[in-house]
Design a binder for this molecule. Structure first.
Ligand SMILES: [Zn+2]
Length: 254
């Protein structure tokens, strides 16, 4: 009888634990165990890239990753360090990158590391570097009306990154108007109205995409002007699933 009681108690604990895990974190299935992630932040400080870097590093550590954080683009020239990385997460708006730094980053991605970023962090980084833009898959051009409210449509619910997500509204943040590479696989979009620039009314623009750059996987979400944008559950879910997907390039290649 005692052993039966112990088994029942154990079952209750397992069921209870699973219920807690399911309700507390929709991404509890993500594991970044044994992954090497480099987080690079800088550029225009209006985007508070340090706040984003801290938040995402803390989460990646919790998911089991080995995380290095750098506030210098010089890290891209460290060949030994770059060769070890499974994923680069960058938040660097505008600024300039040297040829050596740019080559270091692009070669790392071509060799199978992933690249993840949001908003201007990878989508408006080095405006004069077209090799870099070729890798990212799009470049910011404007945000009509500045900080506004707008809606996002999930366009591909069959993808693991957007699975089970529904269309949503996001408030007091920038709706990015971008020049986008036809090579991207679009996962979510937004449609512009006539409130600010009448001639773009009805134009649908990618908000979330995934793509490859040779062996590397690139994930981008254009939301993220404010650190609070990531408090929106759908935004956080897509970002973290995107990190999970993009960090698997090297492991799957072996
Ligand atoms: Zn912004």
């Amino acid at each position: 009888m005692n052993s039966l009681k112990s088994i029942l108690l154990l079952l209750l604990i397992i069921v209870g634990f699973n219920m807690i895990a399911q309700t507390s974190d929709p991404n509890e299935s993500i594991s970044l165990e044994n992954k090497h992630i480099l987080v690079v932040w800088g550029g225009w400080d209006g985007h508070q890239p340090d706040v984003f870097a801290k938040k995402i590093s803390k989460w990646a550590l919790k998911m089991g990753a080995n995380v290095i954080v750098s506030d210098s683009l010089g890290v891209y020239t460290n060949k030994d360090l770059m060769a070890k990385q499974d994923l680069i997460i960058q938040y660097w708006t505008m600024g300039t990158i040297t040829d050596e730094q740019s080559k270091g980053l692009i070669e790392t991605i071509k060799n199978g590391a992933g690249l993840v970023g949001c908003h201007g962090g990878i989508g408006d980084s080095f405006r004069n570097n077209t090799d870099y833009q070729y890798m990212v898959g799009g470049q910011w051009v404007t945000h009509p009306g500045g900080k506004i409210n707008y809606s996002v449509q999930i366009s591909n619910t069959g993808d693991p990154i957007t699975k089970d997500l529904k269309d949503f509204e996001i408030e007091n943040t920038e709706q990015y108007y971008m020049h986008v590479d036809p090579n991207v696989r679009v996962l979510a979009t937004t449609t512009f109205n006539a409130d600010h620039d009448a001639w773009i009314e009805g134009n649908t623009m990618p908000v979330v995409w995934k793509k490859t750059h040779k062996k590397g996987k690139v994930f981008y979400i254009s939301i993220g002007h404010n650190p609070e944008d990531f408090d929106h559950p759908a935004v956080w879910t897509m970002l973290t699933r995107g990190i999970d997907w993009a960090s698997n390039g090297k492991k799957q290649g072996h």
